[in-house]
Write a protein that binds this ligand. Structure first.
Ligand SMILES: [Zn+2]
Ligand SMILES: [Zn+2]
Length: 143
C-alpha cells in the first residue's frame, strides 16, 4: 500500500523501513497506527457475556492478609465484591475478567489495568471452581 510520508508527503510504500526522501521511519509508524486502530476497534466492541471465577481470591470471595500460607486476618475481596465471580467480557482480541466496580468504565471503552481488569486470553475460560457464586456485598473502604 502506498501512503503519504507524514514528514515530507512523498508517496511511499507502508513497508519501507524509511522514507527514501526524508528518512522518516515509515514501517514502524504504520505498524503503530495499525496497532492503535486495532486497539480502538477492540475498545468499542466489548460485550459482557457471562461470569468468570475471580482470580484475586481464587473464587473464594475473601482474601487473607497472612504471609505465605499462614492464616491471617481476612477481608472481603473487593474485585468480586465477596461473590467469587466477576463479569466476563469479550472483545475482538479475546476475553477479559472485569471487577464489578470497573465494568461500566471498561465496557465504555476506558483502559483499566490489573487487578481490576485482567486479560484472560483468546479462549473463554471453562467451568467454575464452585457450583454457585456467593452473594455480592460492597466491601468497606480500605482502612
Ligand atoms: Zn518523507
Ligand atoms: Zn474475588
Amino acid at each position: 500500500m502506498l501512503v503519504d510520508c507524514p514528514e515530507c508527503e512523498q508517496r511511499v510504500s507502508d513497508r519501507a523501513a524509511a522514507c527514501p526522501q526524508c528518512g522518516f521511519p515509515i514501517a514502524a509508524e504504520w505498524e503503530a497506527r495499525r496497532e492503535r486502530e486495532a486497539a480502538d476497534a477492540d475498545r468499542t466492541s466489548r460485550e459482557k457475556i457471562g461470569e468468570v471465577d475471580c482470580e484475586s481470591c481464587s473464587a473464594r470471595g475473601f482474601v487473607t492478609e497472612g504471609p505465605d500460607d499462614r492464616p491471617g486476618p481476612f477481608h472481603w475481596c473487593a474485585i468480586c465484591e465477596h461473590s467469587g465471580r466477576i463479569p466476563l467480557v469479550r472483545s475482538p482480541r479475546g476475553y477479559w475478567a472485569v471487577a464489578f466496580v470497573s465494568l461500566d468504565a471498561f465496557l465504555g471503552g476506558e483502559d483499566v489495568g490489573p487487578p481490576n481488569v485482567v486479560f484472560i486470553g483468546e479462549h473463554a475460560p471453562e467451568g467454575h471452581r464452585y457450583d454457585q457464586a456467593g452473594p455480592r456485598a460492597k466491601p468497606a473502604a480500605d482502612e
